[in-house]
Design a protein. Structure first.
Lengths: 114, 113
């Protein structure tokens, strides 16, 4: 049981390049999330999904797109990377019962945009 | 505006010196309050969830408590391995963003031997 995994762990991009971050979970969770973490800013929600085939915008969605084609995977795409997108990206997943809604996080992807 | 504020930003303790971390929140409706631990270069690790004022939960040297306006994470006789950043987050019970968390900026705890 690996929990939440993220690929890649590190990446360096040039301004204007594109890339996709992959998140996978093996806990059969319905909900999945993408966050970014910047110094002094805390974790901020980019996009989230409440089930296979669904996506929704979070607090800071501009410049990112997501897809949830399979229940276990949640992809985050950057179509044209900008230096402002330099950050650490975390994926999380959760199951939603009345008192079982804890989000479990992956190890993160450190992205640098030059 | 919904806000979560953690204090202090950083805390240095000697091994065995007990203390508390604070998480205050101003939200219209609280669904749950979460505490996470984050080690450098790693993802947040879940510690506790609290749902109602007066609730308390314990794990080893950590004890989390909740009131209507704030939560405390009490650390009793800390050890160097307790050094980490502790994050607080609240889940709201209204709006379309079901399940979404609002995070504080964290408290960086350093425990010296």
């Amino acid at each position: 049981n690996a929990g939440v995994t993220q690929t890649p762990k590190f990446r360096v991009l040039k301004t204007g390049q594109s890339m996709t971050l992959l998140c996978a979970q093996d806990m059969n969770h319905e909900y999945m999330y993408w966050y970014r973490q910047d110094p002094g800013m805390g974790l901020r929600l980019i996009h989230y999904s409440v089930g296979e085939g669904t996506t929704a915008k979070g607090e800071v969605p501009d410049g990112y797109n997501v897809s949830r084609l399979k229940k276990q995977n949640f992809l985050l795409g950057l179509e044209s990377a900008a230096p402002s997108q330099t950050s650490v990206y975390f994926c999380a997943s959760s199951y939603h019962g009345q008192f079982t809604d804890t989000q479990y996080f992956g190890p993160g992807t450190r992205l640098t945009v030059l | 505006e919904d806000q979560v504020t953690q204090s202090p930003e950083a805390l240095r303790l000697q091994e065995g010196e007990s203390s508390s971390l604070n998480c205050s929140y101003t939200v219209s409706g609280l669904r749950g309050l979460f505490w996470y631990r984050q080690d450098p270069g790693k993802g947040p690790e879940f510690l506790f969830t609290l749902y109602s004022a007066g609730e308390e939960k314990e794990k080893e040297r950590l004890k989390a408590t909740l009131t209507k306006k704030e939560s405390f994470l009490h650390i009793t006789a800390p050890k160097p391995e307790d050094s980490a950043t502790y994050l607080c987050a609240v889940r709201l019970n209204y709006g379309g963003s079901q399940g979404n968390l609002i995070f504080g900026k964290g408290t960086k705890l350093s425990v010296k031997p």
